[in-house]
Design a protein around this ligand. Structure first.
Ligand SMILES: [Zn+2]
Length: 684
């Protein structure tokens, strides 16, 4: 590991900070915090923290000694001034005299000592920073260091690797107790460079930002070299194809879902993120994987994102997927049972004061295939997968130099159920579609894009399918980094299959499909070309059938129900003159929806349709609106709002109707009309 320090960058951030009154030390504290944060071998997703002690002027003009420490859960790679709240040091130091202190009381004292009362909560490791006397303190969970210290003889290995420059602090749960233990060890040993926190991480310090940072790099490099010399080289493993991942992911996802006990028909679902690097494959394929994978986390705060153990499934045989699904469900059931037992046992130990989290795995290992990270959102799944990859590296290297040993199960429980750790996840109210995956066809167009946006706003992960990939990509970009653009020509069975494979591989499956892609053809039915009729049926009927078939296949593999939504037109029930080539396949689409509702209701798959009319979109362009309103002698506004309510209907109204149908768990075979009122087109 090389130092990332560059004089020119450091001076640039100092000069930039000076403009807004940030002093040199603080600017360099921000700089090296970012340097540490950008290397996943040092810190991952809110783990790790840094601090600076300095004198600052408080709001009343008095000079006070403060500790600036990373805010809890803040990402070091993107730290800024707000991510380093300033806390008065004197009251924190006095706490050392206390035997112990409750979490709430400690947070209360921290908050009342903040210079800015509105600042973010400081890191849970604040007291460690406060007690150490050095000006700059850096703390990471560097993977290579964890490999060295997560050992039965971790202390001995530390002495060998770090040569007495870091003192060894035995494992104590993060927080006040650890801070007290650490300062005790520090005062006795007076190590030159920092501390090792057993089974947890490393602390370095210094009188300048650069000194503390470069000590961290030097010590981590020592650990890396020690490990690298002993690491066994392995051949690159065989890799399975993307189509196979797409077949297996929905089975895994279904096995790792649970029925919502409160609402019939509702499920608690997770989103998946697949990884299959050489390191991952070598780990999941290894002979001793069953033992090693259950040995626990490499550092305590990972339990929050990965739970204590992954779910391990058998290697899937693509020819026997039904058998794989059966075993996957059994194994996931055993995982949940083990989790309940673990919770009961340790909750009893602490006096039954905790509320159980969901028992679903956050990491799934599949021999021959790779690993899945799981989370309530795609982002959470990615974080779980990132941490699982670091865990695999840490454990594999620990085994290469000795034997991996984690903290005890009781210690893991204390971290997993520590309110201050859980606070890192934030207190979020879950939106109604969280955990669900929605695929929308024709998502590059106006109605499809508005629908994808509405589903994303309701918490779903969205895939935007369109024959025009650039249009889908643009709309996905507007929604956010997790939205997935996928090329899909619904007139081609192969294209539809490939698109749904891509969705299943990216998210783990699909729960809601909005079959929306379509286009209009005209002609008087008596003399219209058969070619025109066939073309329209290809897109406006078979297109929906192909999409629904592909979706149902995935939904059945998941076994958690699902929802098919069709965009039918007013034409399906109230044909317009010379619109037969469009209206007739749309009428067939309406029948298609009812058939799916009938045939798959017993699988929990609902099918509904939205019947919209006169929406500004690719099917009703500005030019068409101009010419049609002119032909009727109406203003454009009167033409567009020519309905019972006298209100123009927009793409967002259509999107909200689809959303309503996705949420109405007891509604299937329904047609929801979104046309401002048109008696001739009313369903009877
Ligand atoms: Zn830590």
């Amino acid at each position: 590991m090389k130092s990332g320090w560059v004089d020119r960058d450091a001076e640039a951030i100092v000069a930039e900070g000076a403009k807004s009154g940030i002093d040199r030390d603080l600017a360099l504290r921000i700089y090296t915090t970012r340097l540490l944060g950008r290397d996943p071998k040092l810190v991952l997703h809110g783990g790790g923290n840094t601090s600076l002690k300095e004198v600052m002027r408080d709001r009343l003009g008095a000079d006070v000694e403060v500790l600036r420490v990373k805010a809890t859960g803040a990402d070091m790679a993107m730290i800024d001034l707000a991510g380093l709240p300033a806390v008065r040091l004197a009251p924190l130091r006095k706490l050392r005299a206390l035997g112990e202190i409750g979490d709430d009381e400690l947070v209360g004292i921290e908050r009342s000592s903040l210079i800015d009362p509105a600042a973010a909560n400081p890191s849970v490791e604040i007291m460690l920073h406060a007690f150490l006397p050095q000006k700059f303190v850096d703390h990471t969970h560097a993977t290579a260091v964890l490999s060295v210290i997560d050992q039965p003889d971790g202390e001995k290995k530390c002495a060998e690797v770090f040569g007495g420059r870091l003192a060894f602090v035995p494992y104590v749960m993060p927080g006040f107790g650890l801070a007290k233990k650490a300062i005790e060890v520090f005062e006795r040993a007076k190590p030159s460079d920092g501390l090792i926190l057993s089974k947890h991480g490393i602390v370095t310090y210094g009188e300048s930002a650069r000194e503390a940072y470069e000590r961290m790099i030097e010590m981590v490099s020592r650990a890396e070299e020690f490990v690298a010399r002993r690491r066994k080289s392995v051949a690159a493993p065989a890799r399975r194809g993307a189509a196979e991942v797409a077949q297996i992911a929905p089975i895994v996802r279904g096995a790792c879902s649970e029925k919502d006990k409160a609402i019939e028909g509702a499920w608690r679902r997770l989103v998946l993120e697949f990884r299959a690097t050489d390191a991952v494959l070598n780990f999941v394929n290894a002979k001793d994987m069953a033992r090693v994978s259950q040995a626990g986390v490499v550092t305590p705060d990972h339990t929050l994102r990965t739970k204590n153990w992954p779910l391990v499934l058998p290697p899937p045989d693509p020819a026997k997927l039904a058998e794989f699904a059966r075993v996957a469900h059994d194994t996931a059931g055993q995982f949940a049972t083990r989790y309940h037992r673990y919770f009961e046992q340790h909750n009893a130990r602490v006096g039954h004061i905790k509320r159980e989290l969901d028992p679903l795995p956050r990491v799934v290992l599949v021999p021959g295939l790779g690993l899945f990270g799981l989370g309530r959102t795609k982002r959470d799944a990615e974080i779980a997968a990132d941490i699982a990859e670091a865990w695999i590296e840490g454990v594999s290297d620990a085994e290469a130099i000795g034997r991996f040993e984690s903290i005890t199960e009781a210690d893991m429980f204390d971290c997993e159920y520590w309110p201050l750790e859980q606070a890192k996840l934030g207190t979020r109210k879950e939106p109604p579609l969280m955990g669900q995956i929605a695929a929308v066809t024709g998502a590059g167009g106006a109605i499809g894009a508005a629908t994808a946006k509405a589903f994303a706003a309701a918490g779903a992960e969205v895939a935007l399918l369109d024959v025009n990939f650039a249009a889908a990509r643009e709309q996905a970009k507007a929604i956010g980094p997790s939205a997935l653009p996928v090329i899909c020509d619904v007139t081609s069975a192969a294209s539809v299959r490939a698109a749904f494979d891509a969705v299943a591989a990216a998210f783990g499956g699909v729960d809601i499909v909005v079959s929306n892609a379509g286009a209009a053809w005209q002609g008087r039915i008596g003399d219209v070309d058969e070619d025109v009729m066939r073309k329209s049926f290809e897109l406006n009927f078979y297109g929906h059938q192909r999409v629904a078939q592909a979706a149902v296949k995935i939904m059945l593999a998941q076994g958690t129900g699902g929802c098919l939504l069709f965009n039918v037109s007013k034409q399906a029930v109230n044909p317009g003159p010379n619109f037969g080539p469009y209206g007739i396949p749309k009428a067939a689409e309406l029948a298609l929806m009812r058939q799916y509702a009938l045939d798959y209701g017993s699988d929990g798959i609902r099918a509904n349709a939205v019947n919209a009319d006169r929406i500004r979109s690719g099917l009703l362009t500005a030019d068409m609106i101009a010419s049609r309103s002119k032909a009727r002698g109406l203003s454009e506004k009167d033409y567009m709002s020519g309905n019972l309510l006298g209100r123009e209907v927009t793409v967002d109204d259509v999107a909200q109707a689809f959303l309503h149908q996705a949420l109405a768990l007891k509604t299937t075979a329904d047609v929801t009309t979104v046309d401002g009122g048109n008696i001739a087109a009313a369903m009877r």
